[in-house]
Design a binder for this molecule. Structure first.
Ligand code: ADP
Length: 318
């Protein structure tokens, strides 16, 4: 059995259906990674979402939604005064989507404080993996997870990551760069350098690496990331294929381009979750990448991050 802990933020999503009418759901990059991991992993494999919510009905709704996907909520901490972050998606008459966010005061920003309060009495060190007992096999976080952590709590986060790694947990990082969440690109690069240095597996998209480091292809991306000694790299580039570089092999796996892309939300996140699930099932990297690309291909032919659960398995068979 594999035990995966994913740290980050789930939000309330309000998606406009018609003028004045919004449909409510829950979403976030790590939320999607958790959902697709659990849907595709073996039944015994476990995923725990490490985040914080409030005491309001939206927070209850999120917990229920996670439980419906059989995501473990034992690391979902309750903030005494804050609530979930929220965003809305509206689509104009040309089909262009625009997003508005209300997340700067969300509960998830303080997850490290709540983690310490919630677990310190049982553990010696405030940020020790003991708070996550049993120690997970894998710990996943993204650039968005990092960006939203209250900056004064980042040292605690790095302490936890470093302790986990020392004890044998695989650290997994996807940069998922969102410029609006960072004060400057220099701040981002400084934090990402720590993240890449800590990572055993990194799953960057070329677009993010172009925006932050100016690299535009797989070769340049590998050259850039070589300085961090990351054991396994899985580099995504939309329909242009996925490049893998690991201790035993390196290859470019082609991706069949999807002609009718409906919505690219969660392309990378669904890829990440399913790649981890297929690897946990014992698939070799190439097979896991091919199957994860197929999942992402299904996801981008649907609106929103999460393909309806009842239809998902059938769509994958098509
Ligand atoms: P990220 O969101 O992390 O930048 P990408 O945009 O590269 O990631 O997309 C993640 C994965 O989704 C790709 O590796 C690919 O498998 C799939 N994908 C994205 N766009 C397309 C497309 N147009 N056709 C087919 N597959 C795609």
């Amino acid at each position: 059995m594999t035990d995966l802990v994913i740290l980050g933020e789930s939000m309330v999503e309000l998606s406009q259906q018609e003028p004045g009418l919004f449909r409510q759901s829950f979403a976030g990059d790590v939320h999607s990674v958790a959902v697709y991991f659990k849907r595709l992993a073996s039944q015994a494999d476990r995923v725990r979402l490490m985040t914080a919510v409030g005491h309001d009905s939206a927070s209850e709704g999120l917990i229920k939604a996670l439980e419906e996907e059989r995501i473990d909520t034992s690391l979902v901490f309750r903030h005494p005064s804050r609530q979930l972050g929220l965003y809305s998606v509206t689509t104009d008459k040309n089909g262009e989507r625009s997003f508005s966010y209300w997340r700067s005061e969300s509960a998830a920003r303080e997850v490290m404080l709540l983690f310490r309060e919630g677990t310190q009495s049982a553990c010696d060190g405030a940020y020790s993996p003991c708070g996550l007992a049993p120690r997970p096999d894998m710990f996943f976080f993204s650039g968005i997870s990092l960006a939203v952590l209250a900056p004064e709590t980042r040292p605690a986060f790095w302490e936890l990551v470093s302790n986990l790694r020392d004890q044998g947990t695989r650290i997994i990082f996807d940069p998922n760069y969102r410029p609006k969440l960072w004060p400057t690109p220099d701040h981002t690069r400084a934090e990402y350098a720590r993240a890449f240095t800590s990572a055993d597996l990194a799953l960057p998209g070329i677009e993010d690496l172009t925006a932050l480091y100016g690299v535009k292809d797989f070769t340049a991306a590998c050259d850039l990331l070589a300085q961090f000694n990351i054991e396994e790299l899985v580099i995504k580039d939309g329909p242009n294929g996925v490049y893998y570089r690991g201790p035993e092999e390196r290859f470019l796996e082609p991706v069949s381009p999807i002609e009718r892309v409906v919505d690219t939300t969660a392309a990378g996140d669904s890829f990440n979750g399913s790649y981890l699930a297929f690897r946990s099932r014992g698939l070799r990297p190439r097979e896991a990448i091919a199957r994860a690309a197929k999942v992402a291909g299904v996801v981008i032919q649907h609106r929103g991050a999460l393909v309806e659960r009842g239809r998902f398995a059938a769509l994958l068979e098509e």
